[in-house]
Ligand binder design. Structure first.
Ligand code: PMT
Length: 407
C-alpha cells in the first residue's frame, strides 16, 4: 500500500551499530511511496557508507557541511526545508546531546536546526548510556520542545548488555511513520469492534516431559492483535505457548493444548464481532497421555502412538447459529496453496482465509515477514512479502471492508 506517497523524509543517520538497519529502513519507506534523502554524521559513515545509502535512496548523500557536489544538487538548508519529517535514526547519545544543546556542527544537527518539519528521534545506544541522567535530561528536553521520541526497545544489545537502548526495528519505524502521517486513516477503523483471535502453537502431551507441537512463534497473531488494538478494537488473544510479550492493550489468555484453546475461544464468542484463527492448532493429540515418563523399550525399535482428532476451533466458531462473528482463518500450506486454501474457506464456512506458503524461506513460521493471499467468496487480494505488522494492517483493512458490506 502506498501509504507514504508524497511524503518527503530526511533521514539523519548518526554513528551507532544500528546504522546498518538504515538501508532496510530507507527501502521500506520508499516501497510505501516516500521520497527519502539522507544526511549522515562522520561517525555514521564508519557503520554504513554514503555510497550504499545513495544507491538505495537514489539521491546523492552529502559528505560534509560544505560538500560542493551535494550542495549543487540540493543544499542542506534546502533539504531541511524540503522535508515533511526529519527522522533521526539511529540517534546516538552524542547526537541527542548536540541537538538538545542547539548545536549545528554537522549535517544532521544543522538539518534539525534548519527545519520547521516534525523531528522524530529514534534513540539507539548502550543501555547504561541511555539510562544516564544526562541522556535522560537531553531526551526530556527534546520531547518538551515537541520532538517525537520513538523507542528505544529493550533487550540484548550488540555490546552484550541487556536493557533499554536498541533502536526500534525498521518496520516499527515505518509503521509509526504511516500512523503519524495518516492517523485518521486507520486509527478508528475498528473502534467499537471486539476481536477474538488465536495465535501460536498448541502442545499435545505424550507424557509429563514430552509433547507434540509445531514451529509457530506467535509473531503473525501477535502482530494482528497489536495492529487491531491500535485501530481501536477491543482485542482478546487466546495464545499458545510463545516467547513474545503481549502487545499493549490486549487481553491475553494463555493455553497449552488445542482442547484448552477450543474451550477458551468458545466461551468468548458471544461478544466477538470478528474471530481470527491464526494459531497453528494441532489437528490430532495422543490418545493416551502417560502419567509417568515413557521408558525406552529394549525389545522394540519402533513406537506406535495412536492419535485422536482435536476439535476444529474455527469450524466450531463459524458453525454458530447465533452471534456468529465474522470469521477469518489462515491456511498454512506447502503445496497447491490456492486450491487447499479455497477448500478450507468452503469446508470450514469462513468469511475470509489468509493463505501462506510455509515452504518458502524467510516467511511463514517464525519469521518477521510473510507473504499472503487473502480469499473471500467473490474475491482475493495478493499481499507480497512484507513485515507481519504491515500485513496485519492490510488484513484488518480488508476485514473491515468486508465487515461493512456484511453489516
Ligand atoms: O506464528 P508464526 O511463527 O508467526 O507463523 C504464522 C503462521 C504460519 C502459524 C500463520 O501465518 C498461519 O498460517 N496460521 C495457521 C496455521 C494452521 O494451522 O493452518 P491450517 O491450514 O492447518 O489450519 C487452517 C485454519 O484452521 C487455521 O485458521 C487454524 O487456526 C484453524 N484450525 C486448525 C485446526 C484446528 N483443530 N482448529 C483450528 O481452528
Amino acid at each position: 500500500m502506498q501509504t507514504l506517497t508524497g511524503k518527503n523524509i530526511l533521514l539523519g543517520i548518526s554513528g551507532g551499530i544500528a546504522a546498518y538497519k538504515c538501508a532496510e529502513l530507507t527501502r521500506r519507506l520508499m516501497e510505501r511511496g516516500a521520497e527519502v534523502h539522507i544526511v549522515m554524521t562522520e561517525a555514521a559513515k564508519e557503520f554504513i557508507t554514503p555510497l550504499t545509502m545513495q544507491a538505495i535512496s537514489g539521491h546523492p548523500v552529502a559528505e560534509s557541511l560544505l560538500d560542493p557536489r551535494a550542495e549543487a544538487s540540493m543544499s542542506h538548508i534546502e533539504l531541511a526545508k524540503w522535508a515533511d519529517m526529519v527522522l533521526l535514526a539511529p540517534a546516538t547519545a552524542d547526537l541527542i546531546a548536540r541537538v538538545a544543546a542547539g548545536m549545528g556542527n554537522d549535517l544532521v544537527s544543522t538539518a534539525v536546526l534548519a527545519t520547521d518539519a516534525p523531528v522524530v528521534v529514534a534513540p539507539a545506544m548502550n543501555q547504561q548510556m541511555y539510562q544516564n541522567i544526562a541522556t535522560q535530561e537531553n531526551i526530556a528536553t527534546l520531547s518538551r520542545r515537541g520532538m517525537h521520541i520513538w523507542g528505544p526497545d529493550a533487550g540484548e544489545q550488540a555490546c552484550g548488555d541487556v536493557g533499554p537502548g536498541r533502536m526500534l526495528q525498521p518496520m516499527d519505524l515505518v509503521e509509526r511513520c504511516e500512523a503519524f502521517f495518516q492517523p485518521e486513516a486507520t486509527s478508528d477503523l475498528l473502534k467499537g469492534k471486539s476481536l477474538l483471535l488465536t495465535a501460536g502453537p498448541t502442545r499435545e502431551a505424550l507424557d509429563p516431559v514430552r509433547y507434540i507441537t509445531n514451529h509457530s512463534s506467535g509473531k503473525m497473531g501477535y502482530a494482528l492483535a497489536q495492529t487491531a488494538a491500535e485501530m481501536g478494537a477491543n482485542v482478546t488473544l487466546v495464545s499458545g505457548p510463545v516467547a513474545i510479550e503481549a502487545p499493549a492493550g490486549v487481553s491475553i489468555i494463555n493455553v497449552d493444548t488445542a482442547q484448552q484453546m477450543h474451550q477458551e475461544v468458545m466461551s468468548r464468542t458471544t461478544d466477538a464481532d470478528i474471530f481470527i484463527g491464526c494459531a497453528a492448532v494441532a489437528d490430532y493429540r495422543p490418545e493416551m497421555v502417560s502419567e509417568q515418563k515413557m521408558k525406552k523399550a529394549d525389545d522394540s525399535d519402533t513406537l506406535t502412538i495412536t492419535m485422536v482428532k482435536n476439535p476444529d476451533i474455527i469450524a466450531s466458531v463459524s458453525a454458530l447459529k447465533t452471534d456468529r462473528p465474522f470469521t477469518v482463518g489462515f491456511a498454512a500450506e506447502t503445496q497447491n496453496v490456492e486450491q487447499y486454501a479455497l477448500s478450507k474457506l468452503e469446508r470450514k464456512n469462513l468469511d475470509m482465509i489468509c493463505a501462506n506458503d510455509v515452504s518458502v524461506g524467510g516467511q511463514g513460521f517464525n519469521s518477521d515477514d510473510n507473504a499472503l493471499t487473502l480469499y473471500w467468496r467473490d474475491g482475493k487480494k495478493n499481499l507480497p512479502l512484507d513485515s507481519k505488522l504491515a500485513l496485519s494492517r492490510e488484513i484488518l483493512v480488508a476485514v473491515s471492508e468486508r465487515l461493512e458490506t456484511r453489516d
